[in-house]
Design a binder for this molecule. Sequence first.
Ligand code: FAD
Ligand code: NAI
Length: 462
Amino acid sequence: MASYDVIIIGSGPGGYVCAIRCAQLGLKVACVEGRDTLGGTCLNVGCIPSKALLHASHMLHEAEHNFATMGLKGKSPSVDWKQMLTYKQDTVTTNTKGIEFLFKKNKVDWLKGWGSIPEVGKVKVGDDVHEAKNIIVASGSEPASLPGVEVDEKVVVTSTGALELGKVPKRLVVIGAGVIGLELGSVYARLGSEVTVVEFLDAITPGMDAEIQKTFQRTLKKQGLTFVMGAAVQKTDATKTKAKVTYKLRKDDSEHVIDADVVLLATGRKPYTDGLGLEALGVEMTKHGQINVNETWQTNVPGIYAIGDVIEGPMLAHKAEDEGMAAAEQVAGKHGHVNYGVIPGVIYTHPEVANVGATEEMLKEQGRAYKVGKFSFMGNARAKANFAGDGFVKILADKETDRILGAHILGPAAGDLIHEVCVAMEFGASAEDLAMTCHAHPTYSEAVREAALACGDGPIHM
Ligand code: FAD
Ligand code: NAI
């Protein structure tokens, strides 16, 4: 039995970042992980493998659609799916090994196995019980299920199965037009699958700016994805090689069936707390099954904290990481802080979609007077040169004070461009502050400046 200042349960972006920060702050720390590798959902079966497949399939798209125009002639590449999966897995391994290296470097003990909390101040891993002054639960999330849809991870898969299919399916049906459905849907569409996305609501990516939703859906349709909107999936009937997906259209209750070789269930994720023993300890949960915490990530049981996907808020790796750092500071007697108003969200399709802060719909609901500055990538020289003129930047600013309230970008490198606005918002900047900042030419980020200019006297290149 060993004794620690902090034991963290789970080594995803929340847990591993928290562990490293605790060690940097001089605490004796261990991290419990039941998987064979560190890094959690994100590194093993989430952010990293999905981005590797998005990158590889985007390269194929470039070769097929744009190389000849740029004077790059030759045989178009064909898909060696096994090799693509090897590339994906190598990327995962490099990253998970990287966390192992960081643990060693920072003297974080990895307690291998599934952990539980038999009593306050104790963590059990296998037969060993360790003592901990503080316990931080970072046990993450798992795919949500849908009644009538039985997942076998071969024909009916969650994102985990979709990242390692035996072959590229001819027909892929995606249930849910959220982030996972659209990212992985576009991977397979680029690799040649006929992709049909069945969505319950009338718009894709719920909660996103409505104008972005519409343009993004139009862009994905142009890329070959088919959408069935306003449709509630009732059930799937699968054999070992195929499936039928039955859905009802909400507008008239009519029932329809589509055939698929693979069905991807992507209707959200839910917090994962199995086997931790939280109920016996009396840890309060929210009505959505998340661990309830206060503003310093403490549960109602003293000495037990929780961070990441297992608590409220967007299920995003960087949100989990920020909470990991902040909770470490709290435990070390400092003042950890996360600004939940400035957490960017990114969809890594091509073009990318990125947002931060309020949408127009939110501001209307709040009755807040605002102005909109918009700029199309068609007016951006770099984007035009790179066949990336689809999309726009939209900045929302307070009508009176000009303070930036939100930004929404559909376009090239949107996931990187958004951070300029995040930093501006952290500093409480006005749209004019962004507009008056010199931006290098020719860069995509000039489109952000032009949108900021559009909040005032107007953009130059539109
Ligand atoms: P997790 O990463 O889920 O890690 C929790 C870890 O705890 C797991 O490894 C689990 O094995 C371990 N664990 C659980 N219980 C125990 C126990 N009792 N004992 C020991 N170990 C335990 N987010 C982004 O921001 N950007 C993206 O591009 C992105 N892409 C994604 C793509 C996919 C396909 C998926 C599924 C998710 C994606 N996400 C993305 C979401 C992101 O992965 C999560 O928000 C993030 O991983 C949450 O981090 P976490 O530390 O809270 O939990
Ligand atoms: P999601 O919440 O993004 O989308 C689920 C979609 O399924 C919604 O549009 C919903 O209306 C729809 N739906 C629900 N029930 C349905 C039904 N019966 N029939 C048809 N449609 C139905 O969830 P998703 O895509 O599974 O992602 C889970 C989480 O993972 C997200 O919260 C996201 O934050 C995270 N993630 C983040 C990524 C990123 O940051 N790039 C990438 C992938 C995942």
